[in-house]
Design a protein around this ligand. Sequence first.
Ligand SMILES: [Zn+2]
Length: 273
Amino acid sequence: MAERSLTLMAVHAHPDDEATSTGGVLARYAAEGITTVLVTCTDGRCGDGPGGVKPGDPGHDPAAVVAMRQAELEASCAALKVTHLETLGYADSGMMGWPTNDLPGAFWVTPVDEAADRLAELIRQYRPDVVVTYDENGFYGHPDHIQAHRITMAAVAKTDVPAKVYWTTVPRTAFAEFGKIMQELGVEWAEPDESQPQLGLPDEEITTWVDTRAYGAQKFDALATHASQTENIFFLQLGRERFTDLMGMETFVRVRDTTDAPLPEDDLFAGLR
Ligand SMILES: [Zn+2]
């Protein structure tokens, strides 16, 4: 029997999240011969539509947005050389508090157990050694990101398959750098809201720092396939080189581990190869 390659599974909420937070590791590990599986939970229907039409505005046609974003997602996967793309097809719930949160079929109102069963099936099929998703706040509080976190942790518990599980994060020191560049580019940058949980983590709480700078161009190209979404335009304005400087180190917190690889580590597969 042929030896099975190591496998990485990334579970994301929307088309484009794969590029921003894990584009580097997806590209790097594919290049190293590791099988990469991207699971995208929602269809992105609450995003900007063709021609920049905003959700809620007249002419925002969810079906057209879904079709456009599916094509963008496929192009992004091609840029990152993702081995397998799986979409769960739940309706994008929109930002916290939007009426779309509670529509039938919205990811946010889907019972965690039900969606976790579907993800568990994929975990049994692909047998990932490493699974990556968001922290319990979905990094920044988006309902679909929170739900992606919940179903992933539930599916891991149901299957007991992955040796390692990680949550994506950003070092607090990187936010300062971010703010500076935003100002330089004249982008409006809201000061962090004290009433909200602080984003990211202090550097010393980050367990895993993966250098993906050699794959910065691929990550940039993946994000460029999602240029229809306004929030990505800031990054694209940076150009490939600056984007790589700013976004080339991908950071994680290890929350499950059966390998005893010492921390901090610089490889999601440390202890597995
Ligand atoms: Zn998202």
